[in-house]
Design a protein around this ligand. Sequence first.
Ligand code: FAD
Length: 383
Amino acid sequence: MNLELSEEQEAVRRLARDFVEREVAPRATAWDRAEEVDRGIVKKLGGVGFLGLTIDEEYGGSGGDHLAYCLVTEELGRGDSSVRGIVSVSLGLVAKTIAAWGSEEQKRAWLPGLTSGEQVGCFGLTEPGTGSDAGNLTTRAVRDGDGYVVNGTKMFITNGTWADVVLLFARATDAPGHKGVSAFLVPADTPGLTRRAVHGKLGLRGQATAELVLEDVRVPASAMLGEEGRGFSVAMSALAKGRMSVAAGCVGIAQAALDVAVRYAGEREQFGKVIARHQLVQELISDIAVDVDAARLLTWRVADLIDRGRPFAVESSKAKLFASEAAVRAANNALQVFGGYGYIDEYPAGKLLRDARVMTLYEGTSQIQKLVIGRALTGVSAF
Ligand code: FAD
């Protein structure tokens, strides 16, 4: 086993680190306070190729393997989880899913815009009444002539107010198999589709989270991604890879928690010495460091499995489960190192904790990841 990065992967990581230090980190606190990331960041992300990783160059992608994608995601997560989420969704859940399931026409229609950052994608699965139990979604797509008429509501949709295209999951009537869920690529300006920003989030405040309401939205049959009735497989395959991306973002948060805790512990003095000299402070820091390494190794293993064409979905759930819980622990430990200053947003630990917390909730809660892992081990579904 070789855990060294190749020269190319090291170069991608350096590029991401420089980008984050220049374009993201200096603005992250202001975006968090303003509850909005500067939209110009999307084109910049596209310009350096971060929205096209793993996508073929003929569709405007920048190629690269999944480990490179993890390295970039980690660095973005280290700088600002709201920015990381733009990439995890627009590239990770939408563009990569179009690349995997789309027709030639769909790939040519959407991938160049998404990979360049000219356009943004969002992933519309969750509804007000169906979160973890996504297979029971109630948004309906009723066949009408050569298209469908869609009605329903989607909740908590990342990039929702910014998106140009919605990868939408709806129950197509009379479709066989997989409970009849189908996937559609719906331009966000289609008449009948309205979006409302979700405000007051604990973390990821810079992110454009939205509720989408669809009232008699007409979509042509050519907008269907994959076959009719295969939409749930489309969604689950997207989330299996997406969980690796969330895990990589969590590694970034935990790494940031380690960096700021070590720095602060070396500067702050109490009882006549820097707090790094107190053994219990070192315990907090070493706990963070072990979480960073363990989360990173689990995440890299998923990338390696994907790049070698091996099954990876259960390993992705393990990485997401561990890394998300680790990021919360790491950020909380970092906050403790900062003492009272950790509790105010002039210092970085509080934002790391707020941004980490959602990671145990979306793309399958920690409980749902445990059910995925438990089903694989026992052969019994406990959902
Ligand atoms: P529920 O499913 O109601 O769960 C409530 C509790 O019950 C949880 O603790 C859960 O673990 C537990 N639970 C549920 N079922 C079981 C079970 N069988 N066994 C044990 N425990 C169970 N969705 C999208 O489609 N696209 C997005 O871009 C997106 N972005 C998001 C961004 C943010 C900031 C947030 C907060 C959410 C986002 N989501 C998105 C939705 C997210 O995926 C859901 O919130 C998540 O799947 C949980 O669903 P729920 O909130 O309805 O909780």
